[in-house]
Design a protein around this ligand. Structure first.
Ligand SMILES: Nc1ncnc2c1ncn2[C@@H]1O[C@H](COP(=O)(O)OP(=O)(O)O)[C@@H](O)[C@H]1O
Ligand SMILES: [Mg+2]
Length: 371
């Protein structure tokens, strides 16, 4: 069996740098896309929140209001600080974005979308505090103490199957909530899934910096990631190309479904399935030949480890044509089936082991009713 790209461990220092190893298999992380405008005209709840927040955004200097304990994370766009509130002592995770590289409108959109979604049990909570300092925009998030999903992936191994299943149930529940609200997360990857414990009993989706309304048109992007779908990779502007070759692409929930499938492959195996979805990538082309059913191609070797039930789910999530890709509702039906659940002496239990225990399922709230 040949396996493509290993997810190698990263030191904290490496992760805090720009060219971290997981991304070194591909070009730099995609830039925020060029937005041509929304399909939905008129104001929405999020637009109203943005206007209200921009009118009341307070000006403060971080050390005057928060004790900074340490940096707990860093991504392409921001830095996350562990702080305590100076008056109340409450521990918080402060996401700060440098003004030099962040547009006010982009910050307001990230904050307001995060706030709008933060009531879901599988999405990171917010304190309702947003501000600007002389050098940063920032907002206060619930502190999630258990690292992120990337940090626990063992290269060439992945994470235990029971933990994968728990993540799959909870993240599909969060994505259903997001998609039902007409939004697309657009940055589904292990770094953006926060763990409340080491065994993924409770996980939370974070980072709404790239989230857009479904139907938003994008014209081109630069750089690729292994989580990006084929239709997105076709939008990449290669040097020295100046004009996009493809027509504008509508942001759809199917982008998240593709990324979620790649994430599940990564955490089940400790490998990326491919570096990018284009015809220069042999691993992708082998899969595309099989999935497209063009030739008599057999299932590529790195996919043969999965059970037929699991492979059927991947086949539906990784349809090359986004219009044929399954919805998050269908993904939730797959991850609700017996092959995902654990069995104990009393019969089937949820992957959270929650039946008959005092721990409520994170997906048992009204947001996550069984379909
Ligand atoms: N609420 C939180 N609690 C604990 N750690 C967090 C929290 N939010 C983010 N992090 C950590 O900080 C990293 C960067 O945060 P993120 O919001 O993804 O920034 P970016 O938009 O730059 O990618 C995450 O990958 C995660 O490791
Ligand atoms: Mg991030």
């Amino acid at each position: 069996m040949h396996l493509p790209v290993s997810l190698d461990p990263l030191s904290e220092q490496e992760r805090s740098g720009i060219g971290v190893r997981i991304e070194s298999v591909c070009s730099p992380e995609p830039q925020r896309m060029i937005e041509l405008g929304s399909m939905e005209e008129g104001s929405s709840l999020i637009d109203e929140l943005i206007v209200l927040t921009s009118q009341s955004l307070c000006q403060l200097e971080i050390p005057e209001h928060f004790n900074i304990i340490k940096e707990i994370g860093r991504g392409k766009y921001g830095q996350v600080l562990l702080v305590t509130h100076r008056c109340k002592g409450t521990p918080m995770a402060l996401k700060v974005l440098p003004k030099a590289s962040t547009q006010l409108q982009g910050f307001l959109r990230e904050y307001c979308i995060s706030l709008h979604l933060s009531c879901h049990p599988c999405i990171v909570g917010l304190f309702g505090i947003a501000f600007q300092s002389s050098e940063h925009y920032g907002f206060a998030q619930e502190l999630v103490t258990g690292r992120d999903l990337f940090a626990i992936i063992q290269p060439r191994v992945g994470i235990p199957e029971s933990a994968v299943k728990r993540c799959a149930v909870q993240i599909s529940c969060a994505l259903d909530f997001i998609h039902q609200r007409g939004l697309v997360h657009r940055d589904i990857k292990p770094e953006n899934i926060l763990l409340l414990d080491a065994h993924c009993q409770r996980v939370k989706l974070a980072d709404f910096g790239l989230t857009q309304r479904s139907g938003t048109l994008i014209r081109y992007i630069s750089g690729t990631l292994p989580y990006m779908s084929p239709e997105l990779c076709a939008m990449v502007l290669e040097e020295p190309q100046k004009q996009p070759k493809s027509p504008p692409l509508k942001v759809e929930p199917s982008l998240d479904i593709w990324a979620f499938a790649v994430l599940l492959f990564c955490i089940l195996t400790g490998f990326f399935p491919w570096e990018r979805c284009n015809d220069a990538d042999d691993f992708y082309m082998e899969f595309a030949d099989w999935r497209g059913g063009q030739s008599q191609s057999s299932l590529p070797s790195q996919w043969r480890r999965f059970t037929p039930a699991c492979m059927e789910m991947f086949r539906r999530m990784l349809a090359l044509d986004p219009n044929e890709r399954c919805t998050i509702g269908e993904v939730r039906r797959y991850v609700g089936k017996d092959w995902v659940r654990e069995k104990d002496a009393n019969g089937w239990v949820g992957v959270n082991g929650d039946v008959g225990t005092s721990t409520p399922s994170p997906c048992s709230s009204s947001y996550c009713d069984e379909r």
